[in-house]
Design a protein around this ligand. Structure first.
Ligand code: HSE
Length: 344
């Protein structure tokens, strides 16, 4: 039996999505993969910290937080006075799940958490886009030096396979261009507005459903899509882009008229990400684009995401699937944990 000791840093929507899946799939992980996953700590700025190397009862922790109660109310033995960095250093965790919010300016606090875990040789599974967009090359070399794995499937298209698909089935293929709908919130807003909802109502619904970032300006101003473009460029196309290299346009304050008028021309308005090779450079942009209704991308509605990878051997490979939300993003982390256990 393989055993992993998990430390959650961040117990918001995504962290709890993973916790629910770990409980739901505990038996399957044992029987199908011979894998036992024990949680040794949860740290969250809002809900508090509980740490116990003998194990934390995840369903008790979930019950507390889901009913709005802090983890300090946890009624079993646990240390409660550690900072997240102390918890990374002092627990027997060998996998750190970093699921704090995305900070596109500094990557913090996620970047420091990930660096610290990797320095200690601990594997990392993260959905945090900031550190991967800002410091992928540094972090992946650190992971290699320390013999640790850095996995981040959920940073793009949540649990819909992106990186793992490229690294496994498309390992020998070159990606020449990527076009996609990679922000669930804006795609959801555009779809709802096509049904007649106002921009504000649609944004409110996206927040309620847990698609939007903690700061939804990241979604509506196109930052989230741009950050994903950077990650794809640097990870899948060996680029060296930063956010300032991505030409960007968002959908903030878009009117019903702007959304509905392309429909009369046989198009649907989509916020598209494009990353492509141009001679020896990689260029990327995020733009609001009318897409003919006959195109695959036009049929991608609501919080769904899609990515078309133009490859040298297979031509276009298209993936469509959930791009945001509690369960799909929790699943990305679960899959990262599984990949970690397979590559130990
Ligand atoms: N806010 C992001 C989105 C979450 O709407 O796509 C997933 O990265």
């Amino acid at each position: 039996m393989k055993r992993l000791n998990l430390l959650f840093i961040g117990f918001g929507i995504v962290g709890r999505g993973l916790a629910e899946l770990l409980l739901e799939k505990e038996g399957m992980l044992k029987s199908r993969f011979d894998l036992e996953v024990k949680t040794v700590g949860i740290c969250d700025l809002r809900w508090g910290t509980i740490v116990n190397d003998d194990g934390i009862n995840l369903s008790k922790a979930l019950k507390l937080v889901n009913s709005g109660k802090a983890l300090t109310n946890y009624d079993s033995p646990a240390k409660r006075d550690l900072t997240s960095l102390e918890a990374i250093r002092e627990t027997t965790s060998n996998v750190v799940v970093e699921a704090t919010w995305t900070n596109i300016e500094t990557g913090e606090p996620g970047l420091t958490h990930i660096r610290e875990a990797l320095k200690l040789g601990k594997h990392v599974a993260t959905t945090n886009k900031g550190p991967i967009a800002l410091a992928y090359k540094e972090l992946i070399s650190l992971a290699k030096v320390k013999g640790a794995q850095l996995r981040f499937e959920g940073t793009v298209m949540s649990g819909t396979p992106t990186f793992n698909l490229k690294w496994s089935c498309l390992a020998a293929a070159e990606v020449r261009r990527i076009v996609g709908i990679l922000n669930g919130t804006t795609n959801f807003i555009l779809t709802e507005m096509e049904k007649g909802l106002s921009y504000e109502e649609a944004l409110h619904n996206a927040q309620e459903l847990g698609y939007a970032e903690a700061d939804p300006t990241l979604d509506v101003d196109g930052w989230d899509a741009a950050i994903k473009a950077v990650i794809l460029a640097n990870v899948l196309m060996d680029g060296n882009l930063s956010l300032k290299d991505v030409k960007r346009r968002g959908i903030r304050g878009i009117s019903l008229e702007e959304v509905l008028s392309p429909i009369k021309q046989g198009c649907r308005l989509k916020l598209l990400v494009e990353v492509r090779r141009e001679r020896s450079d990689i260029v990327a942009k995020v733009d609001l684009t009318p897409v003919p209704t006959t195109s695959i991308l036009a049929g991608v509605s609501g919080p769904l995401n899609a990515m078309v990878m133009e490859t040298d051997v297979l031509g276009d490979v298209t993936i469509i699937g959930p791009g945001a939300g509690r369960r799909p993003t929790g699943y990305a982390l679960l899959n990262d944990i599984l990949e970690i256990s397979k590559h130990l």
